[in-house]
Structure formats: C-alpha cells, structure tokens
Design a protein around this ligand. Structure first.
Ligand SMILES: C[S@@+](CC[C@H](N)C(=O)[O-])C[C@H]1O[C@@H](n2cnc3c(N)ncnc32)[C@H](O)[C@@H]1O
Length: 289
C-alpha cells in the first residue's frame, strides 16, 4: 500500500475484505477508513487523489487485519452511533444494534406523555453501553434514568457515554443482578436482556460469538431466564400506570407474553423491526388498560 492515494487505498481495502469472505467487505472498508481518518462522507470523492502518510497507512493496515480476523467494524473503531448518540464500546458491553432503536422509538411517546404529567423515571435493566436509557434521556428532556447491570465494566462505559452525550446529570448506575440492588419505583422499566438459547450461542457468527460478552447473549436453556426474573420483580418496582418494555428474540413474542401474563401484566403493544420480525413488547399491569 506504500505511496497509495486515498482512492487506491479504499479499492485495495475493499478487495482484501471481500477476498477474505467478509459479507459487506466494500461497505466495511469504507466505514473503517472513514472512521479511522475521520473523513466526511464526501472525502472519498473530493480527496481521492490525496497521498496517505505512513502513520495513516499503518492504522488502516492494522484495522484491516483485525476485520479479516472477524472483529466487527465498530469494535475496531471503538464506538458506534445509536439513535442520536455516539456510544463508546468496551469488551464488557454488547455492541448496540439498530433493532434496539425500535424499542427506544416505541417508548418515546409514552415517556414524553409522562414527562408532561408527573415525570418519567426510567430503569434500564442490563444497560450495557447505556444505549436504551441514554437515548431516551436524550430524546425526552426532563426524564431521569438508572442503568443497572451485573457488569462493573459495562457500567463504567455507560457512565462515560452519559458524560460524552451530555445527559450525565440525569443518569445514574447501579451494579445489580436484575432488581436485587435496585431501590424505588419507576414509570418505565425497560430491558434488552440476554435472550439467545444457550445451545445456540456457540453457533453464532464469529463477529458476535467472539466479541460480544457472553453475559450479554446467554439467555439460559430456553433463552427466557432473564424475562422470568424481570417479570417476577417488575410489579414491586413499577409506579401505577407504569410500563415494562422488552426487546425480544424474533420467536419469543408468545412465550414472553405468557411469562408476563402470569405475573399480572397485559401486553399493550407489539412492534416489529425493519426486517419484519417481532422485536419489541410493551406491557402494563392487567386491569389498567
Ligand atoms: C443484550 S445486552 C443489552 C445491552 C444494552 N441494553 C443494549 O441494548 O445494547 C444484555 C445486558 O444485560 C446484562 N446482564 C446479564 N445478566 C444480568 C443480570 N443478571 N443482571 C443485570 N444485568 C445483566 C449484560 O451484562 C448486558 O449488558
């Protein structure tokens, strides 16, 4: 790649990733180079003839080697966009997915209505990077939130993300096994818990299996352990007329609805993701709808 221009470097990177069998090799090459060199979306057109210096070439070379070894693009870059936020990643955090934005979008109208009334206090169980809670605090000024997680490292990253994204004054964290260390009652309890069936975890793509933490993936023998634990504790921590909302696996709608019904909750919304899969469920106490 010595003496290469930006355009030549991009072309070589695309070839390398595609030849290594990376499914979106062309897109990943562009994302990596743009992210590493902090280029605008038009730079490949306007600056294509610019010669890259040795340090730029070295950074790109290192990133391509990592991508060929199946490390995801945003892990290599160390951060990713979610909703309107830029979120730092760490080894202890799941990389937030676009599907999870569907959960945020489903809750925004409810949270805005609550803020206009008695206020909106949010509990995000299994907060990871803080993605769900921080995106809601960003979109709903006046809401406050707690991010809970079993992982100390994830909570450090979530606090850092709250700082970077300007919502730290409305965000707290608690290290907790679901509700175990959580005090008080909330208007919205939200979770994207680990929901992969344990026997399936080992069959996931290397990008997920080797780079997302197992604590964020493994949902137990039937994938539903976390929903059972959260359903059992939610009633004691939910304000009157409060909501419980989940991200779910594409085939878990009926099972999670049954788990919640057993604990006295009624489903009020089911939302599909952009791929047409069931992805988000919203519940309230049965009898309040
Ligand atoms: C699927 S990840 C979701 C992360 C983030 N909320 C998101 O949507 O990107 C699940 C999260 O639950 C956390 N977790 C797993 N078991 C837990 C438990 N028993 N109590 C609290 N958090 C837990 C994991 O550490 C992980 O951060």
């Amino acid at each position: 790649m010595s003496g290469a221009t930006l355009a030549e470097t991009l072309a070589a990177a695309r070839r390398r990733l595609c030849e290594a069998g990376i499914a979106d090799g062309a897109q990943d090459a562009r994302l990596l180079i743009a992210g590493l060199l902090k280029l605008s979306s038009t730079a490949f057109v306007t600056d294509g003839a610019r010669l890259l210096d040795a340090s730029e070439r070295a950074v790109i070379e290192d990133a391509l080697a990592r991508r060929v070894a199946r490390e995801p693009v945003h892990r290599i870059l160390g951060h990713r966009a979610f909703s309107r936020l830029d979120l730092m990643l760490s080894p202890e955090t799941l990389e937030p997915r676009p599907d999870t934005e569907v959960l945020v979008d489903a809750l925004v109208p409810h949270a805005l209505r609550m803020v206009a009334g008695d206020g909106c206090r949010i509990l995000d169980l299994g907060t990871g990077t803080g993605a769900i809670c921080l995106a809601l605090l960003d979109l709903v000024p006046g809401a406050t939130g707690i991010g809970a997680d079993l992982s100390t490292g994830a909570l450090e990253t979530a606090r850092r993300n709250a700082d970077i994204n300007g919502v730290a004054d409305r965000f707290e964290t608690v290290e907790s096994d679901w509700f175990a260390a959580v005090a008080g009652a909330f208007d919205i309890i939200v979770s994207n818990p680990p929901y992969i069936v344990r026997s399936v975890v080992g069959t996931l793509d290397e990008e997920v299996r080797l780079h997302d933490p197992i604590l964020a993936l493994d949902g137990g023998d039937d994938g539903l352990d976390a929903y059972r634990a959260i359903a059992a504790g939610a009633g004691a921590h939910l304000r009157e007329n409060g909501l419980v909302a989940y991200e779910i696996g594409y085939d878990q709608k009926d099972q999670v609805t049954a788990i919640m019904r057993e604990q006295g909750f009624a489903r009020i919304e089911a939302v599909q993701d952009l791929g047409g899969n069931d992805r988000v469920l919203v519940f309230t106490r049965a009898g309040t709808v």
